[in-house]
Design a binder for this molecule. Structure first.
Ligand SMILES: [Zn+2]
Length: 207
């Protein structure tokens, strides 16, 4: 090893040592996997840095395993939603048994990207099956957009609880709504006369 790599770039000390750390990454539509990284730390000044001394084998190996598992999970999801492997292969004009191969040995990076797109928007398969006809694609897009919009509106519905009353006419209420998948809580003051409040959460449409 080059002697310079042992020297701390912050204080110039030679009292440095390699330390292993475990990091995690969540794969889209797949498992969370962990891998080892190495950092060099200085005993004198306590700084640590990536000295690039050890390769990325741990990451690449863990990633490859996680990708295989995610392909399995994506195919399983698509199967459960009425898209058999044979149908997916026909629609995408993939050679027969491509998906079986991806499930056992892992897919190419482009294959994995394709499967993630299909997992997000399974109706892309129908567009492919219809030879990518623009009119059919636009019709499907409008239909799916409408469905997604309705779903989002339901998510945006709020639950309202009375928390405590400060006066006859004003109550503090806790409003819980889902925004972008994250629960969002806020306390707002509202007139007790303009809005029905109850101990139980009541659904209030959010326009
Ligand atoms: Zn140092």
């Amino acid at each position: 090893m080059d002697d310079n790599e042992l020297i701390c770039p912050f204080c110039g000390s030679r009292e440095t040592k390699i330390e292993k750390e475990t990091e995690e990454r969540k794969l889209p539509f797949g498992p969370t996997f962990s891998y080892e990284t190495t950092m060099r730390t200085c005993a004198q000044c306590q700084e640590s840095w990536d000295s690039g001394e050890v390769g990325d084998e741990s990451y690449e190996t863990a990633l490859a395993e996680a990708e295989i598992q995610s392909i399995e999970e994506i195919i399983e999801y698509l199967n459960q939603h009425g898209n058999s492997m044979a149908y997916i292969e026909r629609a995408l004009e993939l050679p027969q048994r491509t998906l079986v191969r991806w499930k056992s040995k892992g897919g190419t990076k482009s294959g994995i990207a394709l499967m993630r797109m299909i997992r997000n928007f399974p109706w892309l398969l129908d567009i492919a099956k219809n030879n990518y006809d623009k009119n059919i694609a636009v019709d499907e897009l409008i239909k799916q957009g409408d469905l997604a919009y309705k779903e989002q509106r339901e998510k945006f519905n709020m639950n309202v609880w009375r928390t405590n009353s400060e006066s006859k006419n004003v109550a503090k209420v806790k409003v819980v709504s889902i925004k972008g998948g994250e629960p969002h809580t806020s306390i707002v003051e509202t007139s007790t006369q303009s809005q029905h409040l109850s101990a139980e959460p009541i659904a209030v449409a959010c326009n």
